[in-house]
Design a protein around this ligand. Structure first.
Ligand SMILES: Cc1cc2nc3c(=O)[nH]c(=O)nc-3n(C[C@H](O)[C@H](O)[C@H](O)COP(=O)(O)OP(=O)(O)OC[C@H]3O[C@@H](n4cnc5c(N)ncnc54)[C@H](O)[C@@H]3O)c2cc1C
Length: 366
């Protein structure tokens, strides 16, 4: 099904990043085609499904404008609202914080982003895997090809443009999770310590049941496998497992350059995950909006594509730097024995721990 028309934009991948690029580029008048290997997009589930509410996002990322236009999460994509987060050390005695979050129905959430992009005028080609990109041409695995002035890599950390034109290597955190039936209270939980070396474990209660999982840094796992860690953690909860999934998260923070010629990277492909808490959905959408708007302005008024990097730095630079710093600090602290960690999670340190998780300067001076 090749097509020799020269489109304005092709986006590889229609997840949160790609569909948001498509939405804003099309809204600005661009002719956009999104190509995704999955059909339907967003399925099968690969996620813990927690995002901050719009108000919480305003507190976490104060330089990002107009959150309510960007995040229009429909009611049927919200499984549960939570206002409490527990940070749990190995002792199991939590530090309790106020945190406004949505535990999503992630598959529905991503479908809604596709709907928004389509309403703005973007076209989708689903169930087609992109093999490679050369010049202005995108080659699919089935042998067909499509052309565009601007090509966006939003295919996650295995994106073909990232693979062939960038020389980045990410610290990747492999992750396993389950959906479990049962009643798990109201608070979302993040667990730190030897149960998830270099990463964290989570329990996010849903409207019914919970999403429970864990990610580790392999180099800190002392030869034990992700399966061993995840089985051990998940077995602490009882209930029928209705779904099992896995994936991996890029945890090095955003890369230096998002633009090369007419190629752009966004979302996981550009490392847009906050390493101190694993948040990637909303951050991919922040990057996606900037990229989409800059692309539209480039096509209409000749604005340089590198403006995407400038606006990202203005909106997210400080938050991302703080998050990277906290992650590096955590990678040292979490090598300590659990007994010491239990002592370190206390009333005096709780503000520092909360600042680290929420991407603020931990010690006010660094
Ligand atoms: C197990 C797990 C749990 C997570 N939990 C959370 C969480 O609780 N909260 C949170 O905020 N973030 C979480 N994340 C991170 C979050 O899911 C990602 O950061 C986010 O999905 C990034 O969006 P994206 O659009 O960049 O990539 P993706 O959502 O991965 O979308 C990429 C799309 O590109 C398509 N694609 C890839 N390669 C090709 C190709 N060659 N051709 C065509 N299509 C292609 C894929 O099919 C996919 O649809 C989690 C990640 C994992 C793996």
């Amino acid at each position: 099904m090749s097509d020799d028309v020269l489109r304005d934009v092709i986006v590889i991948g229609g997840g949160p990043a790609g569909s948001t690029v498509a939405r804003y580029a099309a809204e600005g008048g661009a002719d956009v085609l999104v190509i995704d290997g999955r059909d339907p997009i967003g399925s099968p589930l690969q996620c813990g499904e927690l995002v901050p509410t719009n108000d919480e996002m305003r507190r976490l990322c104060p330089n990002v404008p107009d959150m309510d236009d960007l995040f229009q999460t429909p009611e049927d994509a919200i499984s549960r609202r939570s206002s409490k987060m527990h940070i749990v050390p190995p002792s199991g005695k939590p530090l309790r914080f106020n945190f406004e979050g949505f535990v999503l129905n992630r598959v529905r959430h991503d479908e809604a982003l596709v709907d928004l992009a389509k309403e703005s005028g973007a076209d989708y080609l689903l169930g087609e895997q992109v093999k490679s990109v050369e010049g202005d041409t995108v080659f699919l695995k089935d042998g067909s090809s499509f052309r565009a002035r601007i090509i966006v890599g939003a295919g996650g950390h295995n994106d073909p443009i990232l693979r062939d034109y960038w020389e980045e290597s990410f610290t990747k955190i492999p992750v396993k999770f389950v959906l479990m039936e049962g009643d798990f209270g109201e608070a979302v939980e993040l667990h730190f310590g030897s149960m998830a070396p270099g990463g964290y474990a989570w329990m996010f209660p849903k409207g019914s049941g919970a999403n429970i999982g864990l990610g580790i840094q392999r180099r800190m796992a002392k030869g034990r496998s992700l399966n061993e860690f995840s089985e051990e953690f998940i077995s602490k909860y009882s209930g029928e497992i209705t779904f099992q999934g896995a994936g991996s998260l890029p945890m090095s923070g955003s890369i230096q350059k998002f633009v090369k010629g007419n190629y752009l990277l966004v979302g996981d492909a550009a490392g847009m995950v906050l390493p101190s808490n694993g948040a990637g959905i909303t951050i991919a959408m922040v990057g996606g909006r900037i990229a989409g708007q800059v692309i539209a302005e480039h096509l209409k008024d000749g604005v340089s594509l590198s403006e995407y990097e400038v606006r990202w730095e203005n909106q997210m630079g400080k938050v991302m730097r703080n998050s990277k710093r906290s992650f590096r600090f955590g990678s040292i602290i979490f090598r300590l024995p659990d007994l010491l960690l239990n002592l370190l999670f206390n009333r005096l340190t709780r503000r520092i721990i909360w600042r680290a998780v929420t991407c603020r300067r931990m010690f006010w001076i660094f």
